[in-house]
Write a protein that binds this ligand. Structure first.
Ligand SMILES: [Zn+2]
Length: 319
């Protein structure tokens, strides 16, 4: 067996590219490329190719030792054909990513989505190690999730299962980027909290978050954490509201899927422990008694590397 795989986490703001030891899950080497400005298929292919070349140069690993290149993209994917169908954040549509990368390196290429690879990473070497029946929920710009049953990510009829962010929690609620109204994502994401805080500030409410905010810059998870540490009422109220909605969404998933474990990750969960603790406490209380009696919660353990580690194992997936 070849000892290493390349894992690529292709996101809306950055591409993380790494060589992973398939036996130990160790990230042998990694590079990061920004995708904030020059997007589009040609730029993305160039950055990924350069990144892989840089890793070969940095390490003594040869092409013959690389078993596969796994890519997880923030968008809709056609896994069988290796096509990124649509990724508005990357300005890529009908992008034949598998064909283009495999022709450059002559190594098999596998494509999945970003949440799928993060869940595989956590299952192999992170918070869900040893568990084959769990749900991952990631809270950041949006709210994403993956359902793992018998050690495989459930993909669904169109490969889009797990869209917890678009569970409708308020029939006449806030508009969501997907076109519907009242989606969980519009209430429980970091962006939703940001909009609530900004709206209140515009109306003249005071908050210590103003001390951390630079003009023109957006609110980050660490600013939210610092404001909560200082007992800021406005930020705490906005985070409490998001946690009320998120816990409702997670309780629905616990009742519907009946998993053994829920792994929570993403920037907001990592930075704001108050949000994590409150959310799991409320989710357990809102779930039906029988599924709630067995449920376990854990924070994702691999941070930024969960995606690249998981991508290295896309080759083992059965479609
Ligand atoms: Zn939606």
């Amino acid at each position: 067996m070849k000892k290493y795989s390349a894992g690529i986490d292709l996101g809306g703001t950055k591409i993380l590219i790494a060589f992973i030891n398939r036996e130990t899950g160790e990230v042998v080497a990694s590079v990061k490329k920004k995708t904030k400005k020059d997007k589009g298929p040609q730029n993305i292919i160039r950055k990924m190719t350069e990144g892989i070349e840089e890793l070969f140069a940095q390490t003594s690993i040869s092409k013959e030792e690389i078993s596969s290149i796994g890519i997880g993209a923030a968008g809709q994917v056609d896994r069988e054909n290796g096509i990124l169908i649509g990724a508005p954040n990357l300005d890529c549509y009908d992008f034949h990513i598998k064909e283009l990368i495999s022709s450059r390196f002559d190594i098999p290429v596998y494509l999945g989505n970003d949440v799928e690879i993060a869940a595989i990473g956590e299952m192999k070497f992170g918070a869900a190690k040893g568990c084959d029946d769990f749900v991952c929920v990631f809270v950041g710009t949006g709210v994403g999730s993956a359902i793992v049953k018998n050690g495989s990510v459930i993909l669904g009829a169109t490969g889009t299962a797990g869209e917890i962010g678009h569970i409708i929690v308020d029939l006449n609620g806030r508009p969501c980027a997907c076109g519907a109204h009242g989606c969980l994502e519009a209430y429980a994401s970091r962006s939703a909290i940001e909009r609530r805080i900004e709206g209140a500030l515009k109306k003249g409410r005071h908050s210590v978050i103003l001390d951390y905010l630079e003009s023109g810059k957006s609110i980050t998870s660490s600013m939210i954490q610092k404001s909560i540490e200082k007992g800021d009422e406005l930020v705490t109220a906005c985070v409490d509201e998001a946690s009320d909605y998120l816990s409702g969404g997670i309780a629905s998933i616990i009742n519907f899927v009946n998993p053994k474990l829920v792994v929570l990750g993403g920037g907001l969960i990592e930075a704001v422990d108050y949000f994590y603790k409150n959310t799991i406490k409320k989710a357990k209380a809102k779930s039906l008694p029988v599924p709630a009696s067995k449920i376990e919660f854990k924070k994702a353990a691999l941070g930024d590397f969960s995606g690249v580690i998981g991508a290295a194992f896309l080759q083992d997936r059965k479609l």
